[in-house]
Every structure is written in C-alpha cells, then in structure tokens.
Write a protein that binds this ligand. Structure first.
Ligand code: FAD
Length: 430
C-alpha cells in the first residue's frame, strides 16, 4: 500500500480556516460526512455556488469509530470525484481491495477532499444548522405545490467552535438562504433507547455516562474505562458484535473484566449470510458465533431477553418467553441498539417520511421490498425518483435517507449524489 507523505497528518488534519459565510447561495449542504462531501464535490463540479455546513470537524461521526475496520474495501467507499480531488493533492490512493479503518477513510480520503482545491472556500466547520424552513411559507401552505420552490430555503445556523464568543452565554443565530438544500446530517448523533418497544426503559433517561451509546474502542482510547469492569452490552447487530469481540480480547488481557451480553434473538447467534462476499464481516460473525456457542468464563450470554429497567448499578432484564425478571449488577452499560434520524431540522418542511424506518418514504418502500437476506451489498440502489420530496429542491441523502434501515453503505451515498446531480437538478443558469 502506498504510504502518505510525511507531513500528511498535520497538513490535512488541520482545521479548515474559518471564513465568512455568505447570506445566500445556490446550494447548502448540511453535514460534512462522506455523503455531504460527495454532494459538495458534485455541486461544485457543475458550477453551483455551494456551502457545506458541518457542526463539528469533517467526518465527526466516523472519527468516533475510527478504530473499526470497514467491511467494504476501498473500491466501494470512494467515487471518481473523490479520487480526482485526493489525487489533485498529489496523494497516491491505497489499493482498491484494501479494507480501511474508519480512521483511514477519514485521514486518507475525507480530510484531503475537504482541503482540496475542488472545495476551496466551500466547507465550514463548527457551524451547526439549527433548522431549515421555506421563506414566508408555512408547512401547511401550498401543499405539494411546486410553487413552494419559488421561495428560497432559510437555514438558521450557529457557530460551535471554541473561539466563538456567545452573547450572555447564548450562541448567536445567523441565516443563510439557498435555492437547493441537501440534508446529509446522518444519524450517528441520535441513538435509539434500549427499552421495550424501542422506548426509554425506566431509569434510562437519567443514566448519564453510565450508558455508552456509540461503539466504544475498548482496546484503544476507552481501554481504561472498561478494564477490570463488569460490562453489559445490549444489542445483536454488527456494532454489538464488534464490541463483544474487542471486550473479549480486553478480558483476556486484563484481570477482572467481565461481560454480560443481552440480545433479543432467542439463540443469541448472528444470522448467517450465504457465501458472504465481505470476508471481514464473515470473520466477525464466525468469531462471535463461536463465542456464543462456547462462551469463556468471563462472558455471560442472555439471549431472548430485553431490558426492563435501569437502576444505578443494576439492570433488570426480562426473559421474553416467560416474562420473568433477572437482575444484573454492572459497572458499565454499552447500548448498541441502532440510530434514528433527528426529525427536528426539517420539521417545518414537507418531507414524506416512512412510518417504519423514519427514512424517506419512497426510498424506504423500494429498499424494504427487496429481500437482501441481511446483506447490504445485495441491496440494489433505488431509482432516482425515490429521492424526490414533496418539498421542491430539498434532498435528504446519506445514512439519514435510510433512517433506521441499517443497510446503508458509503456506496449508496455516492449513487444518490450521482442520481440527484444527473437526473433531478437542473444545471445552474449563468
Ligand atoms: C461502526 C460502523 C461501521 C460501518 N461500516 C461501514 C462499512 O464497512 N462500509 C460502508 O459502506 N458503510 C459503513 N458504515 C455506514 C456508513 O457508511 C457510515 O455511517 C457513514 O458515516 C454515513 O455517512 P453520512 O455522510 O450519511 O453520515 P455521517 O458520517 O454521520 O456524517 C454526518 C455529518 O453531519 C454532521 N451534522 C449532524 N447534524 C448537523 C447539523 N445540525 N448541522 C451541521 N452538521 C451536522 C455530523 O457532525 C457529521 O459530521 C458503518 C457505520 C458504522 C457506525
């Protein structure tokens, strides 16, 4: 694999220099993750005046799981646009078949793109979008009428960087208007609750830091937190499996680390995918299913259970088949029960949401109608039209567009951006 230049880290991990935002532009993109950056590249290539607003640093979500090796190799994770932008900086790209970690995606792809000449002046870090509305047009006005598009979007934003001086402790609000709005704000900042039916279990809302809600790094930056602790993991997806694998390694390396694992699935095993094309995913499933079949002394399985109640230090779990309650006493809870889109940003706009996934309605209908057997690679991309909203000029892309449907891939975001800029948006008029 080619190695990055020696000063790579400092060159591209430096913050994007802070600059003034205009009061109006043609395209505003919310979110500087992979989907938002891809949209910015496409919009800029076509000549749209474009502004990308990122609440934290570029790739904030991926940075949180930077230690995780992706299931998908580079060839699925980057676009021709992205490759051109990175290569324009003289950086040689890693081989197509290599599996990057989240940190690699951030440092070898997203950060260089954000610093590339293609996006010069377009990316604004530490700018959080509070809400977006249609100027002088209420949600209930001109229902489904394309005339709504005659008025610009008004996007309310605030600065979140440490240099910002709030007035009387309150961040100042600003507005930027635009013709097209692309929401690529992801879902990683809105974890699901752990209780019955997806609601908060009693005591969960007050549990604070006792519950970790994003995939931790027990062998790296979170080692101290989990070493020698009684850890409870809740959830049966790939994030929970990754966490169990890492905690198991930690427990083998450190004394007194213990793990309880609560899953709803009655046998606790991860479902197989026939001839899985993603070797890393297959390896994780095999390793974790082996632990389930023959748990080491420090791992206790609680299959067919749901969380009933949190009391500080104690978690009550319910056996789904009998309703009986069991009590676990733990130091740390790691709840990995999925994520959902934040509905507040676009609340005043006409967006058609799916009642099961909270993703886009037409897109969800297309995705849910496919029987992909748990394999996200087998999910076919949905037709461009499924990205259209009743609100003209508004596009929700990236993981947020899939909502709770967990089969989103970086590749899906690239395809969505292609669809929008090829089929759905007229070229800018000059
Ligand atoms: C552990 C894990 C492993 C994964 N592995 C794979 C894999 O192997 N292959 C694959 O293809 N996909 C994988 N994914 C799925 C997916 O590709 C990633 O979740 C990806 O980061 C989604 O990109 P996104 O741009 O939609 O959202 P995000 O990466 O979450 O980016 C959204 C951005 O929007 C910003 N934002 C949020 N709200 C606001 C606001 N109000 N104002 C301004 N900015 C805002 C956030 O700070 C964030 O930077 C994985 C996901 C996880 C969690």
């Amino acid at each position: 694999m080619p190695s990055p230049p020696p000063d790579f880290e400092s060159r591209y991990s430096a913050p994007i220099p802070r600059s003034r935002l205009p009061r109006s532009t043609e395209v505003v993109i919310i979110g500087g993750g992979p989907a938002g950056l891809e949209a910015a590249l496409a919009a800029r290539e076509l000549g749209f005046d474009t502004v990308l607003l990122e609440a934290g640093r570029i790739g904030t979500s991926i940075d949180k799981w930077r230690h995780v090796r992706l299931f998908s190799p580079w060839k699925y994770n980057r676009s021709q646009r992205g490759i051109r932008a990175v290569e324009s900086l003289g950086i040689e790209l890693p081989d197509d078949e290599v599996l990057p970690t989240g940190g690699d995606v951030l440092e070898q792809y997203l950060l260089p793109i954000a610093h590339s000449p293609s996006l010069r002046g377009c990316v604004h870090e530490h700018v959080r979008v509070v809400s977006a509305v249609r100027r002088d047009t209420l949600k209930g006005d001109l229902i489904g009428n394309p005339k709504r598009g005659d008025r610009p979007f008004r996007v309310l934003w605030e600065r979140t960087d440490p240099e910002t001086t709030p007035r009387n402790g309150v961040a100042l609000d600003y507005v930027i208007e635009c013709r097209y709005l692309i929401d690529a704000s992801g879902i990683y900042q809105s974890p699901n609750w752990s209780g019955s039916g997806g609601g908060a279990a009693p005591g969960e809302r007050d549990a604070g830091d006792w519950i970790t809600r994003q995939l931790p790094d027990p062998l790296g930056r979170d080692r101290k937190r989990f070493s020698g602790q009684k850890c409870l993991v809740i959830g049966g997806g790939y994030s929970a499996a990754t966490c169990i694998r890492d905690l198991t390694t930690l427990a083998r390396e450190t004394a007194r680390t213990e793990i309880d694992w609560v899953v709803r699935n009655p046998d606790g095993r991860m479902a197989e995918i026939d001839n899985d094309p993603l070797a890393e995913r297959q390896e994780l499933r095999t390793a974790v299913n082996a632990l389930v079949s023959d748990p080491p002394s420090f791992l206790r399985m609680w299959p067919g259970r749901a969380v009933d109640e949190f009391r500080f230090g104690e978690v009550r779990i319910r056996k789904l088949s009998t309703g009986s309650i069991e009590r676990l006493f733990v130091d740390q809870v790691i709840s990995l029960t999925g994520f959902h889109p934040d509905p507040t940003l676009l609340r005043e706009l006409q967006v058609h949401h799916c009642y099961a996934t909270d993703g886009l309605m037409k897109l969800s209908a297309s995705l849910l109608s496919q029987d992909a057997g748990g394999d996200c690679l087998a999910v076919e991309s949905a037709p461009s039209e499924t990205l259209r909203n009743p609100e003209p000029g508004l596009f929700v892309i990236g993981s947020k567009s899939y909502g709770r449907f967990s089969q989103y891939l970086l590749r899906s975001g690239i395809e969505q951006v292609d669809a929008i800029f090829t089929d759905l948006l007229p070229a800018p008029v000059r």
